[in-house]
Design a protein around this ligand. Structure first.
Ligand code: SF4
Length: 228
């Protein structure tokens, strides 16, 4: 059985401080299941390089047009493309969706991926990453959002904020940051910490001009001097 090795005590303590300060702004954010795992897989493909609003519109329209995942899997690529057009990059995403759904159905015999939630986290990740086109971020999104497992999806906001806070080193890739952050956040806090860093990245620790003078994390942030 694979187990996640815990990171340094100092970084674990820093995560707790960051979390505590951000909780005073954002309050508790309890986990709630989003889509079923195989639907979440489709949703993550639709969300690549587009806004949340557009990807959600495309996903809802896709489900409205086809009704279920079997019908999407059996449909012509052109029909899928038409259904997701409002989400952007439909020519690339439609064949990807069809191909990955076929792979899942061939492998499992259905779209019920609930067996993943019974597996140790590392094994569940490996199973998903073995699907063509699924990387650490997509695997973590599915495990975290569909099953509430302690997998940390690292998007652009989380990567940037955690590097500025020196929770993740400058030379650590986004792919490696997934495991690294999971090793320093308490498993039961992973979802909430993920949401806090995204919100903080969007609201305050922005990519171009972070609003450091309004930030609650200045005392913990080595990047503060650079941007203030
Ligand atoms: S002090 Fe600035 S760089 Fe550091 S977390 Fe806050 S906004 Fe980001």
């Amino acid at each position: 059985m694979s187990r996640i090795k815990r990171g340094s005590k100092a970084k674990q303590a820093k995560v707790k401080e960051v979390s505590s300060l951000l909780s005073q702004i954002y309050g508790p954010i309890p986990w709630e299941p989003r889509y079923h795992a195989a639907e979440e897989l489709v949703y993550t493909i639709l969300s690549q390089h587009t806004s949340d609003i557009n990807s959600e519109r495309a996903f809802l329209n896709l489900m409205k047009v086809f009704g279920d995942l079997d019908s999407i899997t059996d449909a012509a690529v052109e029909k899928i493309e038409l259904a997701i057009r409002r989400g952007g990059l439909s020519k690339t995403k439609a064949p990807r969706i069809k191909s990955i759904l076929n792979e899942v159905r061939d492998e499992v015999g259905s779209f019920d991926l609930s067996f993943l939630s019974e597996m140790p986290l590392e094994d569940a990740k490996k199973w998903l990453i073995n699907l063509k086109g699924v990387g650490p971020k997509t695997a973590a999104i599915i495990l975290c959002f569909s099953f509430g497992m302690p997998a940390m999806p690292v998007d652009t906001h989380i990567y940037r904020v955690s590097q500025r806070l020196a929770l993740v080193g400058k030379k650590v890739s986004a792919e490696k940051a997934h495991d690294l952050l999971e090793s320093i956040v308490e498993p039961e806090e992973v979802f909430q910490f993920h949401m806090y860093l995204i919100k903080h990245g969007r609201d305050t620790c922005k990519a171009q001009r972070p609003r450091c003078t309004d930030c609650t994390l200045t005392d913990l942030c080595p990047a503060f001097k650079k941007y203030k």
